[in-house]
Design a protein around this ligand. Structure first.
Ligand code: LUZ
Ligand code: MOS
Length: 757
């Protein structure tokens, strides 16, 4: 049974042996050049003069490419055409690409980079969203969603609270940095091996920049060493740069950013400065909620408008609120363009409502969880963007978590500990999540699969899915093994290649296994029908009685002598096609941007986490004792892979909320520019115990084999870590005034412990 729980990620064997192939492992052809990007040493300014002569004179330097060498458009912007590949007369962020140095080796290219003289006349630098708002610096027009009448509702509230929050950016820190390898084929065609989540975006942008037809550019992706959203849009420029050099030199060119360049040049999760107003009745019902989100978009649009939109979609998290009004402003600053990051703006929106609830609870003098519990979404509630909530599991997850993990006992443990201990305090928080599955941009929700059965009965599958460690290839293989009833060893998942599967959406939005899995399911089922017809002719039995099971043809429940391999060769002899290409588009979804209402999501994923922390009140350091999660996997088809996604997402969310601190100085220079100054979770900072128990549900028809999307939702459990820390601090320092300024680093915890003594 291909859907067994014990299925392993099919890459695990080559991963542990160090044999898995990444871009840097591609066999390069003789004479390949290596490239390094010359990028801006200032965040904002006019380029007065650049002197490349010393760099060009260095032995081993082949050529330096600038915007002047671009035969097509110097433009890589997707949603908005506002981002050049190479700067022309102005630079807009520290690290903005200006030129590509191509040399015999990376070492020489790097040395040449140091020999470039550049003179930049400084222009004013904006690094914060608030500053951008004050100066009227925006990417596009604001977006607003609303339901009911907030103004009127606030007047009827017993309690109204206002406040501000900040959540910082987050570095993707994929283990494999950005990189690409371009090679010239015949007739000016170019093949690019790219570490991208979006092969079609790379292909289309390369064609645009080179001024050639898309069919001249082929993109191939074997796997990524992590993406997390950082390679949805921002793998593109580096791939295009290698293609540009290959176009001119007719030779292969390889560009792999080193960590330092990657940290400095690429965008991150968007920092948000937000303000909220929340109104409640005496019985703790949230009657009105208003929020303004200032998104620090960076120097160009990138995916910011779509990310801003998802912030609005998730602004009410798991709660039903009858009167809501939210606005998001994408603020243009002089930081590298910020980009997709697991959760895609959703976590930023959810942090604000959780902060508002914590603030209200603290002011009213109740536990936040009373407010959370009183407002959980129910069946047929209306999300404030118009979708009617169906198969809602918010309360189910919440109450299951409370009972299964015995919340009373956990809370008593925390209380007892805090009574007995002076210098250590524990804190506990519950974090419910609700996350919408689908690209919010409806036209992106489709995928294709190309399935070949070879004449020996082995199977090769190509889809638009990019494997980035999330296990999507394993799931696709399971789908095919399930339909054909053959062992997974008979199936191979091919690289993701634009010549086999074209016009694809990026692997993103947690939707990759659903979209590509459904396309694979459709293709396999079509092939199965053909095979059954052949078997029915061979066995003289009606087609409806034919089944495939464990590599044999069955007539009703009776095993025939015809096995899978023989069936395939019979099919071949009858000249019946053993290849199928299928297209899948998510049904029923729609969204009207003029009204800001619709049904944008195929379904939602739910869950609840209970986070417990212990704070060392002398040092401000902390540990997470345990995270106990009830998660809505639907009917998981690959429990091990899904559990890995929950654990990884949780830890990444905890890192964002507590540990990872991106810092730019006033001049817009990245200070946290190495792993010595940017701290990510490690074995010492992961929770001492993580449990993630499946919620008993029926799954959802639009999820692949009812196995729900699992990529992004668990990240938001990490928000609970922030509030657990707040509660521990309050236990030590009752005068502490709650602050909502993430990440809650040890330094900030220490200051909070001794605030207002
Ligand atoms: N990418 C995108 C995403 O283009 N649209 C989305 O809605 C989305 N959501 C989550 C992650 N990436
Ligand atoms: Mo994404 S944040 O590339 O799903």
């Amino acid at each position: 049974n291909a859907l067994k729980k014990s299925i392993r990620n099919l890459d695990s064997y080559t991963h542990v042996r160090g044999e898995s192939l990444y871009v840097d492992d591609v066999n390069i052809r003789q004479g390949t050049f290596h490239a390094v990007v010359f990028n801006s040493p200032k965040a904002h300014g006019k380029i007065k003069h650049i002197d490349y002569s010393k760099a060009e004179a260095l032995e081993g330097v082949e050529r330096i490419f600038t915007y002047k060498d671009i035969p097509g458009e110097n433009q890589i912007g997707g949603i908005i055409a506002d981002e050049p590949l190479f700067a022309e007369d102005e630079v807009h962020f520290w690290g903005m690409p200006i030129a590509l140095i191509v040399a015999e080796s990376e070492f020489i290219a790097r040395k040449a980079r140091q020999l470039i003289d550049i003179e930049i006349e400084d222009l004013p630098v904006i690094t914060t969203a608030k500053d951008a708002k004050e100066k009227g610096s925006f990417i596009n027009a604001p977006r607003s969603f609303s339901l009911g009448d907030t103004e009127k509702a606030f007047e009827e509230c017993d309690y109204v609270f206002e406040g501000e929050t900040f959540s910082n950016g987050q570095e993707h820190l994929y283990i494999e940095a950005q990189g690409a390898y371009a090679e010239p084929l015949e007739n000016g065609n170019i093949k690019i091996t790219s570490s991208t989540q979006g092969p079609t975006a790379v292909q289309a942008t390369a064609a645009r920049v080179l001024g050639v037809a898309m069919h001249k550019i082929e993109i191939d992706v074997t796997r990524l060493g992590g993406g997390f959203g950082g390679k949805e849009d921002q793998a593109t420029p580096y791939a295009v740069m290698t293609a540009l050099a290959t176009y001119h030199l007719n030779q292969s060119v390889k560009l792999i950013l080193n960590r330092h360049d990657d940290l400095r040049m690429t965008g991150k999760r968007h920092p948000y400065e937000s303000s909220y107003k929340i109104g409640l009745s005496k019985d703790l019902k949230i009657l009105a909620y208003q929020a303004e989100f200032l998104q620090n978009s960076g120097a160009a649009a990138d995916l910011s408008p779509a990310i801003a939109e998802r912030t609005l979609f998730h602004a009410t998290n798991s709660y039903f609120i009858p009167n809501v009004s939210t606005t998001v402003l994408s603020c243009k600053t002089n930081l590298p363009p910020n980009t997709a990051f697991r959760g895609f703006g959703g976590p930023q929106g959810m942090f604000v409502i959780e902060s508002a609830i914590a603030k209200a609870a603290s002011e009213i003098g109740v536990s936040p969880r009373e407010i959370q519990e009183a407002n959980l979404l129910e069946e047929n509630d209306e999300f404030y963007y118009g979708q009617i909530a169906k198969q809602v599991e918010a309360k189910n997850a919440w109450h299951s978590a409370k009972t299964l993990f015995n919340i009373e006992a956990l809370e008593k443990e925390v209380e007892d500990f805090n009574l007995k201990n002076k210098n250590f305090k524990k804190g506990l928080a519950l974090m419910p999540i609700t996350f919408g599955i689908s690209f919010t941009n409806t036209p992106m929700n489709h995928a294709r699969a190309l399935v070949h059965i070879y004449l020996d009965g082995s199977v090769g599958i190509s889809t638009a899915a990019v494997e980035m460690g999330q296990g999507v290839n394993t799931k696709i293989m399971q789908v095919a093994a399930h339909v054909f009833s053959i062992p997974i060893e008979k199936i191979k998942i091919e690289s993701t290649n634009t010549t086999r599967v074209a016009n694809t959406s990026p692997s993103a939005a947690s939707a990759t296994a659903d979209l590509n899995g459904k396309a694979t399911l459709k293709a396999c089922k079509a092939l199965l029908e053909r095979l059954k017809k052949v078997a029915s002719e061979e066995l003289n039995a009606p087609e409806k009685d034919i089944h495939l099971k464990d590599e044999f043809v069955y007539v009703n429940d009776k095993k025939s002598t015809l096995n899978w391999t023989e069936l395939i060769s019979k099919t071949m002899l009858k000249r019946v096609a053993l290849t199928e290409n299928a297209h899948y588009a998510t049904p029923e979804i729609h969204f009207d941007k003029t009204k800001e209402k619709g049904h944008p999501f195929a379904y939602h994923v739910y869950g609840t986490a209970i986070v417990t922390t212990t704070v060392d009140c002398t040092r401000g350091t902390y540990e997470f004792d345990s995270v106990k999660i009830i998660h809505d996997y639907g009917k998981s088809m690959s429990e091990g892979i899904d559990l890995g996604q929950v654990e990884g997402g949780l830890v990444q969310g905890i890192g964002w909320m507590t540990l990872e601190e991106i810092a730019y100085n006033e001049d817009g220079r990245l200070l946290s520019n190495a792993l010595s100054t940017y701290k990510v979770p490690d074995v010492f900072s992961v929770p001492k115990s993580i449990e993630a128990i499946p919620l008993e549900t029926q799954g959802h028809e639009q999820a692949i084999l009812k196995s729900k999307a699992v990529g992004e939702p668990p990240l938001m459990y990490g928000i609970g870590a922030y509030f657990a820390l707040q509660n521990a601090i309050k236990a030590f320092n009752p005068n502490y005034k709650l602050e909502f300024h993430a990440p809650m680093t040890a330094e900030k915890v220490l200051m909070a412990l001794y605030q207002n003594p």
